[in-house]
Write a protein that binds this ligand. Structure first.
Ligand code: N01
Length: 545
């Protein structure tokens, strides 16, 4: 398809009736709009709460926020012109560069005229009589369409812990996922950071550099692999551009949608010296690829222990104070059973004079005081508190939309014991509602743009076929969803992933959230084959009418 010239953003008038409504203008929403509008010729619209496109990259502007997947494949693969025109400057791009990329794509495809910004969806309700969704927005709009597609991301509902006394704090506090766009001047400030997941591990080194003092409140010590970030050279750009077809082929053929293969040899099949050498090389290369060093790091506890031990030893070699090194060493879960962070100088940060580590399992936080944070041992005086406490992942962004389906069924109630989807794409009782990267699909276990494109392509094809055949309604069967949920559990249980008791994959970071392993761990290629087979069989497991 030829790319249209960029045009100035112009919201598509005051229309109220559409063929499809898409919620969210991140990677998913932009591509979904392009496919429905430009391939199927539908009258589609995106409703977006923010005042710009970007999705997760619109909101996450905390110090150090950058991508953990490598830039050359953390991008769209569907359009050769975009691929050949865009150049990334760094191996792991910072948040402004990813926003710039998404704006570039939106402009190239002339998408902005069909995006309503500053438009927050407050509810969506399905009418069985007309097979129509009606979406209401905070500013009083009411819009209808036969198809509703959520493109709200998996990590977009900030999890701010309910901390006693927070309202009394005389300083300022921020959640990393809602970071002020004008930035926060940390100069001369005493900062307390709660949380040491991927976000906290990215943020701490930068906050330590910018502030007078940083106190890191750590609940669960984490593993981290050096990112080895750096500029992308002109030769690398050329090489990538020339080889994109192979890059995408490899990415789609794998488990995690990354264009590298997982080793086929077991960590237990090689000598200690050989294993050490392989891990050392992976450590030097850096990044998430470390996980792929052996075939069974996530399948076999003994194999996993070799990776975990290697990384624990690395903490000891980097952190000068042995007591702090021990505090930073994860002992309660194996490497990569939680989403592994990658970092630029995280453990080194604890060698700085202006950084203090507080183990809040040993001295739990009692309350936030006007002056700072009080643990069972002492009060830490702070000017700023940074909550790097993650998200109500996967289900939070969907449940918060107040969705009522067939005969008034509420998504919140249907998912009270955990998400119940068929393929992560649909949920019984919610006809004509598609959830891009919904729970039960590979989503967060995958390089996201690849997972998104597969979902958008599948949804688009499904709508195309329905329209061709004059069908008005598609709904996942209860039985198919039950079987799929069982399969999602079975796929997770075939790995070590459910063993990390504090993992957000299980909803463990949000008090009261049901502990259910939410993403599909059976592998991206296998998942794609299942989705394709379902479509080719005439949408087995869905009721169409
Ligand atoms: O969130 P997290 P995140 N009191 O849930 C702690 C993606 N991401 O924002 O482990 C004290 O991982 C919590 O402790 P514990 C990536 O997929 C991508 O860091 O629950 N502490 C943990 O240490 C990532 O996995 C990029 O015991 C509390 C931390 O806060 C996902 O986002 C960059 C607490 C939360 O860690 C989420 O990462 C960054 C409490 N009440 C993130 N509640 C990319 O580059 C929570 N914690 C693409």
């Amino acid at each position: 398809m030829a790319i249209k010239e960029s045009t100035a953003p112009a919201v598509n008038g005051a229309s109220r009736q559409f063929d499809a409504i898409i919620i969210g203008a991140g990677f998913s929403g932009l591509y979904q709009l392009h496919k429905l509008r430009d391939d199927l010729g539908l009258n589609a619209v995106i409703l977006e709460k923010a005042d710009g496109v970007g999705g997760t990259w619109y909101w996450n502007r905390y110090p150090g926020a950058r991508c953990d997947s490598e830039s050359y494949y953390y991008c769209y693969s569907f359009n050769k012109e975009i691929e050949q025109e865009w150049s990334w400057s760094e191996r792991y791009p910072e948040h402004p560069e990813i926003r710039k990329y998404l704006n570039f794509v939106a402009d190239k495809l002339d998408l902005k005229r069909d995006i309503r910004l500053n438009t927050e969806v407050t509810s969506a309700a399905f009418d069985d009589a007309t097979n129509t969704w009606t979406v209401r927005t905070k500013d009083g709009q009411s819009l209808s369409a036969p198809f509703l597609i959520t493109a709200v991301g998996c990590l977009s509902t900030a999890n701010v812990p309910q901390m006693k006394g927070l309202e009394t704090f005389e300083g300022k506090w921020y959640h990393t996922g809602l970071w002020p766009h004008e930035g926060v001047d940390l100069t001369g400030k005493r900062v307390g950071q709660i949380g040491t997941g991927s976000t906290g591990i990215q943020a701490a080194p930068v906050i330590a550099e910018q502030s007078q003092h940083l106190t890191v409140f750590q609940r669960t010590a984490n593993y981290s692999i050096p990112a080895r970030n750096g500029p992308v050279t002109a030769e690398e750009v050329k090489h990538t551009r020339e080889n994109y077809d192979d890059i995408w082929k490899l990415a789609r053929a794998g488990t995690n949608g990354h264009p590298f293969s997982i080793s086929t040899q077991s960590a237990l099949s090689v000598s200690d010296a050989e294993r050490q050498e392989i891990y050392e090389k992976a450590w030097e290369r850096g990044g998430l690829r470390f996980r792929a060093s052996f075939s069974d790091v996530l399948q076999n506890a003994d194999a996993n222990l070799t990776a975990s031990d290697f990384l624990r030893d690395k903490i000891k070699t980097v952190v000068k104070n042995p007591e702090i090194a021990e505090m930073l060493t994860p002992r309660d879960h194996g490497f990569a059973t939680k989403r592994p962070p990658i970092d630029s100088g995280y453990f080194e940060t604890f060698n700085r004079d202006n950084v203090l580590l507080v183990d809040i399992k040993a001295e739990p936080i009692v309350e936030v005081t006007p002056k700072g944070i009080r643990t069972t041992r002492q009060e830490y005086e702070l000017d700023i508190i940074v909550f790097a406490t993650g998200f109500d992942a996967l289900t939070g962004p969907l449940v918060n939309l107040n969705i009522s389906g067939s005969h008034g069924a509420k998504l919140k109630d249907e998912w009270a014991a955990g998400p119940r989807t068929y393929l992560g794409l649909q949920s019984p009782k919610f006809p004509n509602l598609f959830t891009i990267t919904g729970p039960g699909s590979p989503s967060v276990l995958c390089n996201m743009p690849i997972a998104i494109e597969q979902h958008v392509d599948w949804i688009t094809d499904c709508i195309r076929q329905m329209r061709d055949k004059g069908l008005k309604r598609i709904e996942a069967d209860t039985d198919s969803a039950e079987k799929w949920v069982a399969h999602v559990n079975e796929a997770a249980d075939a790995t070590l992933l459910p063993m990390a008791s504090s993992s957000w994959y299980l909803g463990a970071n949000v008090p009261g959230k049901p502990r259910v392993f939410m993403p599909y761990a059976g592998g991206f290629a296998r998942y794609t084959a299942i989705c394709n087979d379902v479509a080719q069989s005439g949408y087995r497991g869905f009721a169409l009418s």
